[in-house]
Design a protein around this ligand. Structure first.
Ligand SMILES: [Zn+2]
Length: 86
């Protein structure tokens, strides 16, 4: 079973730390270590799903991902748990 980070959509198995951490140091189940660390989201400037999409598209392009693929990878971000109630 593949779990996806509920903030950025990355498969958690691709996360070298295998998931974010809660405030008490235990593993957080829902997020990757890039998004969630020590019980808090890491990027204060990312406040909406659109912010996260723009951030991820820029990151993917940096890694050489074609724009269409970057769009495909990020278009489900607004459906993730973190953004559903915003
Ligand atoms: Zn993430």
């Amino acid at each position: 079973m593949t779990r996806f980070c509920q903030s950025c959509g990355m498969p958690v198995k691709q996360d070298p730390e295998n998931g974010g951490t809660n405030g008490d140091g235990s593993k957080g189940a829902d997020y990757c270590s890039y998004c969630y660390r020590n019980g808090a989201f890491t990027s204060a400037e990312i406040k909406t799903a659109a912010d996260m999409q723009a951030f991820c598209v820029a990151k993917l392009k940096q890694m050489g991902t074609p724009a269409l693929m970057a769009w495909l990878f990020t278009r489900s971000i607004p459906k993730l748990k973190r953004w559903r109630n915003i």
